[in-house]
Ligand binder design. Structure first.
Ligand code: NAP
Length: 248
């Protein structure tokens, strides 16, 4: 039997690379997306052309009802969930804290923090060996921003990822004896569309000289770390946070 993985925000960027790599490693894949169905369909077609199994479900991770519907779709198609990648996330245009408004804060924290908690909750309910599940593994996608704080750009986003690091540490301890490992990756500047969505498509070029390796990362470089943390090769690894930042 194939293992089943859910990658939230699997329609583009790091999530899409993770979903495709997971399929190549033999997982049956479910991706969720917020609104870009064309991009989601493209990922599904790519996985199917590789001989893999995949479904896409529109579900906003900010909505509890959507998250419940997402996991029920997996129950109905694959049955058992073995792995979750809490990847769906947003940033926002560069602003100092004195200029941010409550809508922006609510969007960032609802997507990056509450969304990750809701998906972790649903996954644990299905994976926990204490509840008759098979155990499993969760990887949360944090950010190097959690360490650096991102002054003058998005302290709010950085703080939301700090919450993800803390969640990873606490949840790992909470569910270790339920057979579930919980780890995180902290990507640095990575070539995806998130920078254009924040209003600065050439951001990586601007910051390149601040990265010790003098380049941005690729989505597949982050996906490789995620898939390793999910794998049996990382079987004694829980509560770990892996930086994939080119040394920054
Ligand atoms: P991206 O290219 O902008 O893709 C974001 C993905 O998340 C899309 O699939 C999007 O769906 C989905 N999404 C956004 N909001 C959602 C919501 N409310 N519900 C469900 N899905 C939602 O982003 P990325 O750069 O790959 O980032 C992925 C993760 O890595 C994020 O958590 C981000 O914070 C983190 N990260 C990225 C970088 C970087 O430099 N790229 C660095 C550090 C950390 P749609 O396609 O439908 O919009």
């Amino acid at each position: 039997m194939n293992k089943t993985i859910l990658v939230t925000g699997g329609s583009r960027g790091i999530g899409a690379a993770t979903a495709i790599l997971a399929a190549q490693k033999g997982y049956a894949v479910c991706i969720s997306y917020r609104r870009n169905q064309v991009a989601a369909d493209r990922v599904i077609e790519q996985i199917q052309s590789l001989g893999g199994r995949a479904i896409a479900v529109q579900a906003d991770v900010c909505s509890e009802l959507d998250v419940i519907r997402l996991f029920e779709a997996i129950d109905q198609t694959s049955g058992t969930l073995n792995a979750l990648v809490n990847n769906a996330g947003i940033s926002a245009p560069a602003r100092r804290v004195e200029a941010i408004d409550v809508d922006r804060l609510q969007q960032i924290f609802a997507t990056n923090v509450i969304g990750s908690f809701l998906c972790a909750r649903e996954a644990i309910r299905r994976m926990s060996i204490e509840r008759g599940g098979p155990g499993g593994a969760i990887v949360n996608v944090s950010s190097g921003a959690a360490r650096l704080g991102s002054p003058n750009e998005y302290v709010d986003y950085a703080a939301s990822k700090g919450a993800i690091d803390t969640m990873t540490i606490g949840l790992a301890k909470e569910v270790a004896d339920a057979g579930i490992r919980v780890n995180a990756v902290r990507p640095g500047f990575t070539h995806t569309e998130i920078h254009a969505a924040m209003g600065e498509p050439n951001r990586l070029e601007r910051v390149r000289s601040t990265i010790p390796m003098q380049r941005g990362g690729t989505a597949i470089e982050v996906a490789n770390a995620i898939l390793w943390l999910l794998s049996e090769e990382a079987s004694y690894c829980t509560g770990a946070i892996v930086d994939v930042t080119g040394g920054r």
